[in-house]
Design a protein around this ligand. Structure first.
Ligand code: BGC
Length: 252
């Protein structure tokens, strides 16, 4: 098997997606395949679903995985939109033991950002770039001159007396039945709040809703460049595979 081919997996609150990625180009070489996230999404259940994904692709090589939690030294520290039993779990060990393949795990928004700054909308951009993934929660990946500051959690800023992701995520939009304009104005408020704290040069908007970027861009008036993720909802899968490649090359 070629060293540049890696299975990327993106664990989300509603789906666990994967595809084989050419980490030289950032291209998905297969259709992305998705299983529903098991309920409850316990460590054992999520690991089994990832094993199904591996079997589906008949994959027998390294796996990069984006996961919706702070990940420090291979351990999940938080569990905002996933079962609480993940807190303190040695996620790399769990996946390696269940699947029998080498795993490289990082935060899902960091993964998406890595894909975008390497191959997509943030490629070659200097300055402060923030990837924002909007889905069940809000994830952020923060980069300075292309270098990642891992595990930023700006979706958890306290805002309007609640976590920002409870106010402006796609699930908040669905839960409260908000129309696009109402939701987009919330996103705009959130971007202004971020901007007061960080003076970001470029925001890259990802997650499923980034497909509708043209419908909400007009409501965003923050003084920074704002673009949709080139890889839309596949950014996390591609970035996770690329992360695995980097780890293997640097021996980390
Ligand atoms: C989690 C983040 C994650 C984001 C998007 C948040 O609730 O705390 O770690 O990146 O959701 O999935």
């Amino acid at each position: 098997m070629k060293e540049n081919l890696i299975l990327g997996v993106d664990v989300g609150g509603s789906g666990i997606k994967g595809g084989i990625v050419d980490t030289d180009t950032g291209m998905l070489l297969t259709e992305r395949y998705k299983f529903a996230t098991p309920k409850p999404a316990t460590p054992a259940a999520v690991a089994e679903t990832i094993k199904q994904l591996i079997d589906y692709f008949s994959w027998d090589g390294p796996v990069g995985c984006g996961f919706p939690s702070i990940i420090r030294k291979g351990v999940t520290i938080t569990a905002a939109n996933i079962d609480k039993s993940w807190i303190g779990e040695d996620i790399t060990l769990r996946f390696e033991q269940t699947c029998g393949l080498p795993f490289y795990v990082l935060n899902d928004a960091d993964a998406a950002g890595l894909a975008e700054v390497t191959f997509g909308a943030g490629k070659g951009r200097k300055g402060t770039v923030m990837m924002i993934t909007i889905g069940s929660g809000i994830g952020t990946g923060l980069f300075l001159d292309g270098k990642l500051l891992p595990n930023s959690e700006f979706g958890h800023l306290f805002f309007h007396n609640m976590l920002a992701e409870h106010y402006a995520s796609s699930s908040a939009k669905d839960r409260e039945g908000l129309d696009m304009e109402t939701w987009a104005k919330r996103l705009n408020e959130y971007l202004h709040h971020l901007d007061r704290l960080l003076s970001v040069d470029l925001y890259i908007i990802g997650g499923g809703i980034s497909r509708m970027f043209d419908e909400f861009r007009g409501f965003l008036d923050v003084d920074a460049a704002i673009v949709p993720a080139t890889f839309q909802n596949n950014a996390g899968t591609i970035g996770a595979a690329y992360y695995a490649r980097l780890c293997r090359e640097t021996g980390e």
